[in-house]
Unconditional design. Structure first.
Length: 190
C-alpha cells in the first residue's frame, strides 16, 4: 500500500461524502486496510486533507508557472492557462473538489499556510492579466476581480462537467477562453 493510494482514495471519499462525514474507516475500507493499519501510513484525517491540498496546489502551481514563463503573448497565455486548468479539473476532479470545497475544514493553524499557497497561485493568473493590460492587449481591469471571476467560472465546472458529456475538456476550455478573452481584449473602438 502506498501513501498516494490512500490520498487518492480519501480525495474520492471526501468528494462523495464531504470531509466531516468521511471517516478513517471509510478510507481504510476503500484501500483494503484495517483501520489500525491505516494509521501506520497517516496520523489523522487532517494530515490526509493537508496532503491532498498540498498535492493539488503543487500540480496547479507547476502547471501555471510553465504557462506564465512561456513566450506566448498574454492572450495566448490566458487561453493556454484556461486549457491547462480545465484539463486539470477534469482529470483530477476529486482532488480539485477537495481543494474547492473542503479546504475550510483544515485546522486554522494549517489553513494560513494553504491560504498563502492559494494566493500565490491566484497571483500567477494576475500576472497574465497584468501583462495583457500593460501591453495594451487587455482592457485596464481590476486584476483581483477578473481573476476571481475567471477562476469562479472554471471552478464551478467540477459540479456539472462529465467526461462523457457533450463537450470535451478541450472544447469547454475553448468556450471559456472565448468568453473571457472577448471581455478582456481591447476592441478597436476603445
Amino acid at each position: 500500500m502506498q501513501r498516494s493510494d490512500i490520498i487518492q482514495a480519501a480525495a474520492q471519499i471526501f468528494r462523495q461524502k464531504g470531509y466531516h462525514a468521511a471517516s478513517m474507516q471509510d478510507i481504510a475500507d476503500a484501500v483494503g486496510l484495517q483501520k489500525a493499519s491505516l494509521y501506520h501510513h497517516v496520523d489523522s484525517k487532517q494530515e490526509i486533507l493537508l496532503s491532498i491540498l498540498d498535492q493539488v496546489l503543487d500540480l496547479l502551481i507547476e502547471d501555471l508557472e510553465q504557462v506564465v514563463n512561456s513566450d506566448l503573448s498574454p492572450d495566448g497565455k490566458l487561453r493556454r492557462a484556461i486549457h491547462v486548468y480545465v484539463k486539470r479539473l477534469a482529470k483530477d476532479s476529486d482532488l480539485a473538489s477537495v481543494l474547492l470545497f473542503d479546504y475550510r475544514s483544515l485546522d486554522p493553524s494549517l489553513r494560513s499556510r494553504q491560504n498563502a499557497r492559494r494566493d500565490a497561485y491566484e497571483n500567477l493568473w494576475r500576472q497574465i492579466v497584468r501583462q495583457g493590460s500593460e501591453e495594451g492587449m487587455f482592457r485596464a481591469v481590476d486584476e483581483s476581480v477578473t481573476v476571481f471571476a475567471l477562476l469562479g467560472l472554471q471552478n464551478w465546472m467540477i459540479t456539472w462537467f462529465r467526461q462523457d458529456g457533450r463537450l470535451s475538456a478541450d472544447m469547454l476550455a475553448d468556450r471559456f477562453g472565448d468568453l473571457i478573452l472577448d471581455g478582456l481584449r481591447v476592441s478597436p473602438g476603445d
